[in-house]
Unconditional design. Sequence first.
Length: 139
Amino acid sequence: MLVKICKGYELEKEKPNTSEDFFNRSEVVYIENGEEKTLHVLYVRFFDEQFSDFTPYKENPIFQIGSKGITFKDIVALVCLIRNPEFRNRKRIYINTIEELTSYFQGIDFEKLPEIFHALEEKQGYELQSPLEYNVQSK
């Protein structure tokens, strides 16, 4: 699987009576078997204030790649895809509990994430061979 883009952003209200401004969206664009796919992960924005409880990161941006700051919302969809390869068959995921979000981050080898973003910045893509490479248990 060739990862092309990992990005996250805060949703904004499109209409006054909607609740988009309570949510963030994280996206990962990748190519698998010659087909470009995108996984969208929608989650409650408040969880961005909690990420230091289940990751080693203490503040946003969580790390720097060149002059670009990588934020927590930039990694959420990538981590979900790594932790649950079945998500390759999905386009959208909605996470509404901190327990569910935390479960995707358990066992992730956080030291390898900057390597992915560095390749995205320098080579415009990263070849993800096996999601198991990014789990701490597989060391």
